[in-house]
Design a protein around this ligand. Structure first.
Ligand SMILES: Nc1nc2c(c(=O)[nH]1)N[C@H]1C(S)=C(S)[C@@H](COP(=O)(O)OP(=O)(O)OC[C@H]3O[C@@H](n4cnc5c(=O)[nH]c(N)nc54)[C@H](O)[C@@H]3O)O[C@H]1N2
Ligand SMILES: Nc1nc2c(c(=O)[nH]1)N[C@H]1C(S)=C(S)[C@@H](COP(=O)(O)OP(=O)(O)OC[C@H]3O[C@@H](n4cnc5c(=O)[nH]c(N)nc54)[C@H](O)[C@@H]3O)O[C@H]1N2
Ligand code: SF4
Ligand SMILES: [Mo]
Length: 857
């Protein structure tokens, strides 16, 4: 058996011979049995199937899965020649020397989910982009022609220079995102990514600063704890006696690699489970959780109601509050704000005359006051208890208030810094060394920075835009306040045209641009709207190291498993080559190529391997080994394929603060429920927030909700969680996964009956922003008045602009929260049965690539 951890040449396989196979099957012998006919034996020329290759006939390479998918697992590629013919996952066999292959509580295996295991069909999908292409039809029409790299890159470079010269340093919008952010070298990311440094160094970049996942939550974590590393590692869940899944469905939406396993351990030890969610999820079913259905976006009110019960019944942990918390009550207010309203004042209604009782909360959130009381008592008296306040309820108007309110309830019950408790929030746990490419003073340089989902608003209204409308980030030079004049977009590791809010507004805005460039490994719905498509090599086709996603403590080596398909190149190769071309056109960017990629020469476009190896070895030797106590050499790591850290005990956020009295990373060194920073802001329009945010967490009515008068026309609240079968839009085109699900609208049975809708009926879902068509799934598992449509379906427009695929972002609101939280889960809609066409696949566009080569444009 040959195992090659570096992706070297495969052993010559002992190919099962067809003749041998015939012999074994006895074909051609004993034909006399067929009625005595004498037929000359003839070699068959085709078989229904060929025997599968066995492992010892294949070369085996340990690597990892990629994406912004909620975890990071090992994939094991089994290849024949340069083709991956099978993928498996961590089962201990392929980790050299028996190292790291165990499957213990301390060191669990990193086994892939259904998406990872289907990766081969994504790698070799018909939608794969193999060559540079340029648009020949109208934007969005999907007509492209194949061009050479020279033609594509020269075009892009010339346009970039033209835009910078004509419209200034804000003309190009950076919309790189997390498609490839969990590697250390070939990174796409808003802050740490390759595109940001490329555009920043070129001197023309508008940054997109808010994060779709959880901007409200990061704001809350930073304000309250001074860090987003407020998560425990998942094994800590095994020690909880109560787990409240607040807008959290880990059976679908991964938040770590082995979450479910540790939660099951807790269940086996008698842990109770609660779900606060408008829908009864599979996670709730798996753990037999008490389901508390809640009206979407009213979570802050329910949490305030719980805080009222806890204070009133004296169930809070006053000792913990006095020692560790700022602004929880009059006694813990900061000196400069002694007389300001404390959290307890707000909850008890001391100043505003409205006590936030369970009855007050019931009227808003629809949860019976008795249930609010029961949950409050259960949480305050069960120790340790994990209130896991996930991101979805905060992916809404004033979502930051929900997360801050949850932090206040976690803090008042003393569940922070304790094993089995929980302070999440963002929930980032172990700190990895995440960057292997040059990250220096040119990284994340920008000349304008706006809330990410306001780009269309900015483009459509320029120059008549107020800074607070777009969440313009302040600058310390004379350019402060200048509204970006966006004329071009780069997409790298993002399918944002399909994934940001209010797509119809984006469609209007994109018409106004002069340059749209998409770097991706497949054609995507966004790519269809681009001018230039640059084919990117996947993580199987370039050298890197994988990072865990928020939870987990390990690195996985990603060797170049196969040669890049077609003419594809890594993003780093593309930006480096563009930098060389730009320095020839623009005298203001001297030595751009060399400065951008100091270890490379121009040959990098054709021969990246030695340079990538040098960056990665330097990262391991210069960062991982000295900073993280690793003694293993780089060469040895490559042979093992994975490095797993082990800890003496589960990693718990803020343990040192609570046990050793170390300060929190906030200004006061305490958990800031009252924020002196927010209290000190006078002119909100001059901040990136644009609009006021209270110094303590408060309930604020969202822009749209079931309590709003808008329900007269749009009686349903739409939420759009993340799909189990996709990573956002990734994998939507994969037949293996499509066999397991349909994109459908979940609707309550009583609502459906009233509208004459049955499961499988095609319905249209609409509001003032757009319309989409999708089949219905009728169930009792969803609160009446709420409908659910998973994000990430590939848009497919008819001639009237109706989306036939069921993408919820035709309905979402491009109006972010003050703190920047995207309002994805804040949308009212109406629903009815329809004769409009539904198209589950991407039929016409899916064939775009092949038709491009057949048609003669
Ligand atoms: N309605 C609604 N919409 C939502 C959400 C919601 O809850 N509701 N959630 C939002 C959230 S949290 C997120 S994170 C966003 C995600 O939005 P996106 O980041 O746009 O989603 P993905 O589908 O993951 O797209 C990533 C793209 O990166 C590409 N890619 C992968 N690796 C590489 C690489 O190495 N190089 C390059 N150049 N490209 C690569 C993939 O092929 C894919 O097309 O969606 C948001 N949209
Ligand atoms: N399989 C899979 N896993 C993923 C991803 C993926 O695309 N696919 N994406 C990853 C990424 S980038 C992210 S950001 C995370 C997202 O992680 P989350 O934000 O935790 O996940 P969601 O799936 O959006 O929502 C989780 C639950 O919140 C509920 N919910 C929605 N609105 C509300 C509300 O107003 N109140 C309450 N109480 N509940 C509500 C939904 O019904 C759902 O059951 O997931 C990550 N994991
Ligand atoms: S959770 Fe993510 S990394 Fe793990 S196998 Fe699935 S898609 Fe891949
Ligand atoms: Mo996300």
């Amino acid at each position: 058996m040959k195992i090659d951890f570096d992706g070297g040449t495969p052993a010559a396989p002992a190919e099962p011979g067809r003749r041998d196979f015939l012999k074994v099957m006895g074909v051609g012998a004993g034909l006399a049995g067929l009625g005595g006919l004498v037929v000359a034996p003839k070699e068959a020329s085709a078989f229904a199937y060929e025997p599968y290759y066995t492992d010892d006939q294949l070369t085996t390479v340990v690597t990892s899965c990629a994406h912004n998918c909620g975890s990071r697992h090992m994939l094991v590629a089994h290849k024949k020649g340069d083709v991956i013919v099978r993928l498996s996952s961590d089962d201990g066999r392929y980790q050299k020397g028996g190292f790291f292959g165990k499957d213990t509580t301390d060191e669990p295996q990193l086994r892939a989910c259904l998406r990872g295991r289907s990766y081969r069909s994504r790698l070799y999908s018909p939608e794969r982009l193999l060559y540079p292409m340029m648009r020949v039809g109208k934007r969005g029409e999907g007509k492209f022609k194949r061009v050479s790299w020279d033609e594509a890159l020269d075009f892009v470079a010339q346009k970039m220079v033209e835009l910078k010269k004509t419209y200034g340093p804000t003309a190009i919008l950076d919309q790189s995102y997390a498609g490839a952010s969990y590697g250390v070298l070939h990174k796409s990311d808003q802050i740490e990514g390759l595109l940001g440094r490329f555009l920043g160094m070129f001197g023309c970049r508008t940054n997109s600063w808010s994060v779709p996942s959880y901007q409200g939550t990061t704001f809350s974590s930073r304000i309250t704890f001074g860090t987003i590393e407020d998560g425990n590692e998942d094994d800590a869940y095994a020690h909880s006696k109560l787990i409240i899944m607040w807008g959290w469905n880990p059976a679908y939406t991964f938040h770590g690699g082995n979450t479910f396993y540790y939660m099951r351990m807790a269940k086996q030890r008698g842990c109770k489970f609660v779900l606060v969610d408008p829908q009864y999820t599979d996670s709730a079913a798996a753990y037999d959780a008490w389901w508390i259905p809640i009206r979407p976006n009213t979570d802050a009110a329910m949490l305030a109601g719980m805080a009222h019960v806890i204070f009133s019944e004296n169930l809070h942990d006053q000792k913990f509050i006095d020692r560790f918390v700022l602004g929880m009550d009059a006694g813990t207010m900061p000196a400069d704000y002694r007389d300001a309203e404390s959290f307890k004042d707000y909850i008890m209604g001391t100043r505003d005359g409205t006590p936030k009782t369970a009855e007050w909360a019931e009227a808003i959130c629809g949860v019976a006051a008795g249930d609010i009381r029961k949950l409050a008592r259960l949480y305050a008296t069960t120790k340790p208890a994990a209130l896991k306040a996930s991101w979805a309820p905060g992916r809404a108007a004033y979502g930051e208030q929900y997360n801050r309110m949850a932090a206040a309830v976690q803090a008042m019950t003393g569940n922070i810094g304790k094993l089995g408790g929980c302070a999440e929030g963002v929930g980032k746990a172990w700190h990895s060394e995440s960057i292997a490419y040059p990250y220096d003073e040119y990284a994340n340089v920008w000349f304008g920075s706006i809330k990410s989902d306001r780009w269309a608003h900015c483009v459509l209204n320029y120059p008549n835009v107020r800074r607070e409308e777009v969440g313009l980030w302040p600058r310390e030079d004379e350019t402060d306040g200048q509204i970006p004049n966006i004329r071009g977009i780069f997409w790298q590791g993002s399918d944002w045209f399909n994934q940001l809010t209010n797509i119809n507004k984006e469609i209007q805005a994109i018409e106004k641009l002069d340059l749209v460039v998409c770097l991706d490994s497949t054609i995507t719905p966004s790519g269809i709207w681009a001018d230039v498509l640059l084919p990117v090599a996947t993580h199987f086709e370039r050298h890197d190291v994988a990072l865990p996603w928020y939870k987990g403590h390990y690195y996985i080596h990603r060797p170049k498993v196969i040669q890049p398909l077609g003419e594809s190149r890594s993003d780093f190769q593309i930006f480096t080559e563009l930098a060389y071309r730009l320095e020839a056109l623009d005298p203001t960017v001297k030595d751009f190529g060399k400065r951008y990629n100091p270890r490379a020469t121009r040959d990098y476009f054709h021969n990246p391997d030695p340079v990538d190896e040098a960056y990665l070895a330097a990262w391991w030797n210069g960062k991982v080994r000295p900073h993280q106590g690793v003694t293993m050499s780089w060469e040895e790591f490559k042979r093992h394929g994975v490095y797993k850290f082990t800890f003496k005990r589960p990693l718990v956020a803020f343990r040192d603060q609570i046990v050793k009295g170390e300060p929190f990373e906030t200004g006061s060194g305490k958990i800031e429920i009252f924020s002196p920073y927010l209290a000190g802001i006078d002119d909100w329009t001059k901040t990136q927030y644009g609009y006021p945010i209270p110094a303590i967490p408060k309930w604020i009515e969202p822009f749209e909700s079931l309590n709003s008068p808008l329900t007269k026309d749009y009686p349903f609240h739409l939420i759009s969680p993340h799909p189990r079968w996709r990573t956002h839009s990734i994998f939507h085109n994969i037949p293996w996964l499509r066999e397991t699900y349909d994109q459908e609208l979940t609707i309550n049975a009583a609502d459906a009956r009233r509208l004459g809708i049955q499961t499988g009926d095609t319905v249209e879902v609409w509001n003032g922003r757009g319309k989409c068509v999708v089949p219905a799934y009728v169930t009792e598992r969803c609160l009446p008045g709420v409908v659910v449509l998973f994000e990430g379906a590939w848009m497919d427009l008819d001639e009237k602009g109706v989306d036939r695929a069921g993408n919820p972002d035709f309905l979402t609101l491009d109006e972010p929260s003050p703190a920047g939280a995207f309002a994805y889960n804040t949308a009212l809609v109406n629903v009815q049965k329809t004769d409009l066409a539904h198209r589950p696949g991407w039929d016409q566009l899916a064939t775009a690539r092949s038709s491009v080569f057949r048609r003669d444009y």
